[in-house]
Ligand binder design. Structure first.
Ligand code: XIL
Length: 361
């Protein structure tokens, strides 16, 4: 069948590209994770990791991870070696941490914090206030403002206290705005009004005064109505001395929608407000099948976004939303799309991985 023949040809090209990359790695030309197996004698100098390279610029390079995949030892090896910042992809969300009202369960988050500490990695904790992945007990009923304020404060302070001293930062409020820059009509906004954001930041700060506190969202990489809303809010919060340290730009990018060319300008304007910025959930998805051309374009985007962060002093680091296509959330959430991360499903580094290294060197 022609479609099968075409698919086979595409796969063959990809396999050839993969094989070439593996050869370069084996030859020590680029020193990807696969190089380790070929390093041989104990005196061999360990290759530099993305974290090492980022640290030379005073930045971190992180990955999200999730509890189910921690049994995959080949996966956890690279997770432990290559990165110096870890974000639990789900384990610290409300549904996971307070499954029944007032009953807290930190086992998922603790497992990831424990693994990160064993590898001397820091934690970007994610997330305290979000309209998604809430427990049923919270969404199934209506709340008065007083009730919900108490519920929110207790959730934030119990969780932040539990992780006090163990995390670098918190995504305190996630995805608070619509695309047009109006407030998203979440249960928190509708019940408490826009002041819930300042309250959440203050409560989190009380519970862990050292953690860096962030607002985090997607589609705010470019200058536009949604990032303008964050700019205006951040400016106002700073003026009122609300404890806000940074803005997290998720950077879930897609080749078919174009690169956010104003990313660097955007990062810079938040810096000028005295805020840190970070690229917090980076992936660059594409319509499948992946082709050599798309993977090359993806590599360019990873290089460009890394350059943009390095060029802005207060852009403190980059986190990919897991590092391998094997565990990416994209195929499940965007049917027909994928191949979004710097390592492929076999845990082999893709052109994007080498492009990130280039940018960091
Ligand atoms: C995603 C996780 O990766 C998935 O495993 C989960 O099923 C849904 O959430 N923006 C965010 C993240 O802030 O929390 C989301 O993570 C991806 C989009």
């Amino acid at each position: 069948m022609p479609s099968t023949a075409h698919g086979t040809a595409a796969r063959t090209r990809l396999t050839l590209a993969g094989a070439l990359a593996s050869l370069l790695v084996a030859a020590g030309v680029a020193g990807g994770p696969a190089a380790r197996a070929h390093e041989g004698p104990a005196h061999a100098k360990p290759r530099t990791t993305l974290a090492d390279l980022a640290q030379r610029h005073g930045r971190y390079f992180g990955s999200a991870t999730d509890n189910p995949e921690l049994t995959d030892t080949a996966y956890t090896k690279t997770l432990g070696d290559e990165f110096d910042m870890i974000t639990p992809g789900n384990g610290m969300k409300w549904y996971a941490t307070e499954p029944r009202q007032g009953v807290f369960d930190f086992t998922a988050g603790d497992e990831i914090v424990g693994l990160a500490r064993a590898h001397h990695q820091k934690i970007r904790a994610h997330t305290l206030v979000w309209h998604s992945q809430l427990p049923d007990w919270l969404t199934a009923r209506t709340w008065t403002a007083d009730e919900l304020r108490a519920v929110l404060k207790n959730h934030i302070q119990t969780e932040v206290r539990h992780y006090r001293g163990k995390v670098y930062s918190w995504d305190v409020v996630n995805e608070a705005f619509n695309e047009d820059g109006t407030y998203r009509e979440t249960v928190f906004y509708k019940t408490l009004g826009p002041g819930y954001i300042a309250d959440a930041l203050r409560w989190a700060h009380e519970a862990d005064p050292r953690a860096k506190l962030y607002l985090n969202d997607y589609n705010i990489e470019a200058v536009g109505p949604k990032s303008d809303a964050y700019y205006a809010l951040a400016k106002e919060l700073k003026a009122r001395h609300v404890p806000l340290d940074g803005i997290g730009l998720q950077a879930h990018l897609a080749l078919q929608y174009g690169y956010p060319t104003t990313l660097e300008d955007n990062l810079r304007r938040f810096s000028r407000l005295g805020l840190d910025t970070a690229l917090t959930e980076v992936d660059v998805r594409m319509l499948l099948p992946a082709t050599e051309e798309k993977l090359a374009q993806q590599a360019d985007w990873y290089r460009d976004l890394t350059d943009a962060c390095l060029d802005v002093r207060r852009c403190v680091g980059i986190t990919v939303w897991d590092y391998t296509d094997k565990y990416s959330w994209i195929p499940a959430f965007f049917p027909g799309e994928g191949a979004a991360l710097p390592w492929d499903e076999q845990l082999a580094p893709k052109p994007a991985y080498f492009a990130i290294r280039d940018a960091l060197r």
